[in-house]
Structure formats: structure tokens, C-alpha cells
Design a protein around this ligand. Structure first.
Ligand SMILES: *Cc1c(COP(=O)(O)O)cnc(C)c1O
Length: 349
């Protein structure tokens, strides 16, 4: 395809950004398409600076805005490969429908992430835990103060090279005051407003030395749902446990992939409702020995402890446990191209 010379020049001039901590080094060229009069334009490459949004848009005024998060890997592969792009496209469609927005056709979505990954192939970190993080978004652009769905939309894909998160074991705050989403709300899709609703809790968590918050169910504040951007697993007596999906939290693609891997490895698995107070007892008696979070950004990240706002701490373990390490390695081996992809998850761009 034809690529504008100024975009090629900008990409060629782009050195590896200094700060590759997650999400900080957003690259200047993006994919963009417009929806007007009931039709999508073609996906094109452009510059972020040419596609800024008005403060009077439905996206800004009413959070009519959704996103996805996915990764292109280029470690042991011959060309960059994206992890489960079609599954991300399907979830993007569900998010769009929930927020009353026109879905982006699956082929258009995948074409866009492939195009941007090819354009930026040279800046994808080719080291363990390195990747190009891709952020497709869709938002209402009508310049209007009337409270109704937009008639025009913009679809963009931004990209940022990333290197690993810190490998330190993390603590997590048990969030007993706020809820992230209601039953029947938007917690089950990647709607922008869900994340702003979690910032107050994130700030409190950081003040207590925690990396993030653990969200409980919105009705009884009793059953564990997920973390702010990740799903949650524990290991109890050698068995892998994760909360049963509810429409108030996000069905992670990493979560689902780990369940598939665990089954393939012959691990015992239980998807169940996990009562926070029972879990605390099980940590104290030593029957629950491992916990980890999982998501596109951090892949699999071991959790050292849960903390109450009072400061009381319940420690799983000081080192990543054996099942956490095995699942993390198995998934990254597939994503980084060290072992054969027996599940058909990787797609070359
Ligand atoms: C994106 C996200 C996850 C993880 O989903 P993946 O598909 O594994 O990246 C978990 N929880 C929330 C709230 C998320 O937004």
C-alpha cells in the first residue's frame, strides 16, 4: 500500500524511545478511520497531532468511548506476530454495541493493527518481555451538547513499545469502599469511563504501597471480581482458582488463554465465586500459597500480598510460586516464539 512520505520519514527518524515503561512512549503515527453518514472510511496512517478531539464531543462529555489493548511480539519470530487479534476484534465489537456505537468491521480492525505493527517493526523491542503495545479506540466525535449518541465516530490505533514491568512482587489493596461497576453496568466491556471510576481507588492503593486495587462484587462487597486492568487467580492446594465471569467485570483474553494452557498441562482448575473473607482465612492457614494477576500489559504478574486500608497484610508468599512461574513461562514461550503455537493464537502481521 501507499504510505505518505512524511510518515515514512517520521518513522525512520524515530529512535528507540528512552522511556519504554509501559505506555509512556506513544509513537507519533497512528491508524485512523472516520464514521460519517452511516459509513466507515478506509483505515489510513496519519499523525496523532492531526486527529485531536474537541472538548465538546460525546466522547469527552459522556464517555462514549471504548478501547482495546493488545500486543505485537517480535522476539524469536521472523516477522512481528500479534497475540489473538481476532478475539480482541470481537471484544471491541461487544464494547461498541454496549456503548451504542457502530462496530468496526473485524477485517478493518485487524488490518489496522497489522499495518501499524509492520510500520513500526523496527522499534519493537526484540528482547524477553518486550513488545509493541497496541491501543485501538473508538469514540463519538459529534460536537454537540445534546445528550444522545453521536452520529460521527473516529477509530484510532496508537502504539507504544514496551519493556517488562518491574519483576518485584506486588501488594494489592482490597477495595472495600468503592465499586468499579454495577451488575448490568459496563464493567464487562472496555468502556473508558470504567477506568476513571477506578482512579480514586488506585491513588489510595499507591499511598498504601500497593500496585493496584482488588475489586469486590458490587452487590455484597464479598466476592472477588478482578483488578483494575487485570484478572485474578489463586492457587489452593495445587488447584488453580479464578472468579467465575460476571457481567460486572472484564472477560480477559489472557485469563482465558491461561485456563486453556492450565487445562492442557493437566492442572486442576476451578472457576468459582471466591469470597474475600474465606480467602483471607485460607491465606492465614497456609492452604492458599500463590496469587497472580494477568492481562495483556503485564502478562502474568505474581502477587505477594493483599492489604486492607488499615494496613493489615495477608502474605501469599515472598517468591513467585511454581504454578505462577510455569504458566507465565508457557504463555510467554508461545507469545515470543520460543515454542510452537499449538493453539493458533499468534497471527503474523
Ligand atoms: C483489559 C482488561 C483486563 C485484561 O484483559 P486481557 O484481554 O487479558 O488484556 C482485565 N480487566 C480489565 C478491567 C481490563 O480492562
Amino acid at each position: 500500500m501507499y504510505i505518505r512520505q512524511d510518515i515514512l520519514d517520521a518513522v525512520a527518524a524515530k529512535k528507540m524511545p528512552e522511556d519504554r515503561t509501559f505506555g509512556k512512549a506513544v509513537l507519533p503515527a497512528i491508524c485512523v478511520a472516520q464514521y460519517k453518514n452511516g459509513q466507515w472510511s478506509e483505515v489510513e496512517l496519519g499523525f496523532d497531532r492531526d486527529h485531536r478531539l474537541s472538548g465538546g464531543s460525546t466522547a469527552v462529555q459522556y464517555a462514549q468511548s471504548i478501547f482495546e489493548g493488545m500486543k505485537a511480539y517480535f522476539v524469536h519470530q521472523v516477522t512481528p506476530q500479534i497475540f489473538r487479534p481476532y478475539d480482541h476484534a470481537v471484544r471491541f465489537r461487544r464494547s461498541a454495541e454496549r456503548m451504542c456505537m457502530p462496530p468496526v468491521p473485524r477485517e478493518m480492525f485487524v488490518y489496522g493493527v497489522n499495518l501499524l505493527s509492520r510500520l513500526y517493526a523496527d522499534v519493537i523491542p526484540r528482547e524477553a518481555d518486550g513488545a509493541l503495545y497496541l491501543r485501538p479506540s473508538l469514540y463519538g466525535t459529534d460536537y454537540s451538547l445534546s445528550i444522545e449518541p453521536s452520529e460521527s465516530y473516529q477509530f484510532t490505533i496508537h502504539a507504544a513499545p514496551t519493556i517488562p514491568f518491574s519483576k518485584d512482587m506486588k501488594s494489592v489493596l482490597i477495595e472495600r469502599r468503592n465499586s468499579r461497576s454495577a451488575v448490568g453496568g459496563t464493567g464487562g466491556v472496555k468502556a473508558a469511563g470504567n477506568y476513571a471510576a477506578g482512579f480514586q481507588s488506585l491513588t489510595r492503593a499507591r499511598q498504601l504501597g500497593c500496585a493496584t486495587s482488588l475489586w469486590l462484587d458490587p452487590l455484597e462487597s464479598k466476592y472477588i471480581e478482578e483488578l483494575s486492568l487485570m484478572n485474578f487467580f489463586v492457587v489452593r492446594e495445587g488447584e488453580l482458582h479464578t472468579p467465575t465471569l460476571q457481567n460486572s467485570f472484564l472477560p480477559g483474553i489472557t485469563r482465558q488463554s491461561l485456563l486453556t494452557l492450565a487445562e492442557d498441562l493437566g492442572l486442576r482448575i476451578a472457576e468459582r465465586r471466591i469470597d474475600i473473607n474465606e480467602l483471607i482465612k485460607e491465606i492465614e492457614t497456609g492452604s492458599v500459597t500463590e496469587a497472580f494477576s494477568c492481562g495483556t500489559a503485564a502478562v502474568v504478574s505474581p502477587i505477594r500480598s493483599l492489604k486492607e486500608a488499615s494496613g493489615t497484610e495477608y502474605v501469599f508468599s515472598d517468591e513467585p510460586g511454581p504454578i505462577t512461574r510455569t504458566l507465565r513461562k508457557q504463555l510467554l514461550d508461545i507469545q515470543e516464539g520460543r515454542t510452537a503455537d499449538r493453539f493458533g493464537w499468534m497471527q503474523s502481521v
